[in-house]
Write a protein that binds this ligand. Structure first.
Ligand code: SAH
Length: 266
């Protein structure tokens, strides 16, 4: 018999950056108790080993050639299953509250009288820093961190924010000594490089980490003026995180021993 919840409830669960061992105990418990799981495409398949054999698993990601399931449809499906008494878990890559649309999903479900719980996950930016062996807030170099999207086209809705002013951000990062951690920047690397160069020195250290926390993880380190050249040369693909700032200085020195412009590491 399927476990039923007493009141309609959806749990938005962070599955972490990739490595299934980075799941929290809370995430594992929520996955075990789920009767329906809606799974995003960056969630590692091994995470689903914790699911009950009777659970229904619905993939809603856009990889593997399929179009991304429209957000409105996912929200409708979650609500429908929860109202039918299913214990619904929505599994998302990283942390659901960082570029994970958890905020809007929560609002939508709560408006329908559905209880929403959120389980944190380790966000990709932190896994990327770990992969490089750098401290994002090393106190000799940075006062803080900005997690920012490099996504090109903000939605054209009345409530949508204007596009990021990369030049302005660069000046602020420079003056306030902030490390930039850029998500979804693969397609727009050249555009954001041009903007950032207006406020940061051309030799500002930059690193890109592809597939952070997974066995196929690789990284490249370079300087800001070389970013798009290195992207093309190394055929950097999504998912990748770009880190910009002096916290990478030690890394760049190490890399320079191997190759002048860029260094690739597993
Ligand atoms: N909620 C997620 C982010 C979703 S946005 C989180 O907290 O991590 C998707 C973006 O996250 C990707 O375009 C990429 O920039 C980044 N990302 C996700 N997993 C990654 C990984 N394993 N390695 C590098 N970047 C990753």
């Amino acid at each position: 018999m399927k476990p039923k919840t007493h009141m309609p409830k959806v749990t938005l669960v962070g599955a972490g950056p990739g490595d299934p061992e980075l799941l929290t105990l809370k995430a594992v418990k929520a996955i075990q108790n789920a009767s329906v799981l809606l799974v995003d495409d960056l969630v590692h398949p091994d995470v689903l080993q914790h699911a009950s054999p009777t659970a229904r698993i619905i993939h809603v990601g856009k990889r593997g050639g399929c179009q991304s399931t429209p957000q409105a449809f996912i929200e409708k499906l979650m609500a429908q299953e929860a109202l039918a008494g299913e214990n619904v878990v929505r599994l998302k890559g990283g942390d659901p509250l960082i570029f994970g649309r958890a905020g809007e999903e929560k609002q939508h479900l709560q408006a329908l009288g559905i209880e929403v719980d959120v389980v944190n996950g380790i966000t990709a930016g932190l896994a990327a820093a770990h992969g490089l062996g750098v401290a994002l807030t090393h106190r000799a170099h940075a006062h803080g961190v900005v997690l920012i999207t490099g996504h090109a086209s903000p939605e054209r809705t009345p409530t949508a924010l204007p596009a990021v002013d990369w030049a302005q951000l660069a000046r602020t990062a420079h003056d306030c000594r902030l490390t930039l951690v850029i998500y979804m920047g693969v397609q727009t690397a050249s555009h954001l490089q041009q903007g950032l160069l207006q406020g940061l020195p051309h030799d500002t250290p930059v690193a890109v980490v592809e597939n952070a926390s997974l066995p196929v993880q690789r990284h490249v380190s370079t300087q800001l003026s070389q970013l798009s050249t290195v992207f093309a040369l190394e055929k950097i693909a999504s998912p990748a995180i770009i880190i910009v700032g002096d916290v990478l200085l030690g890394l760049q020195k190490l890399s320079a021993a191997n190759a002048p412009a860029a260094a690739l590491g597993g």
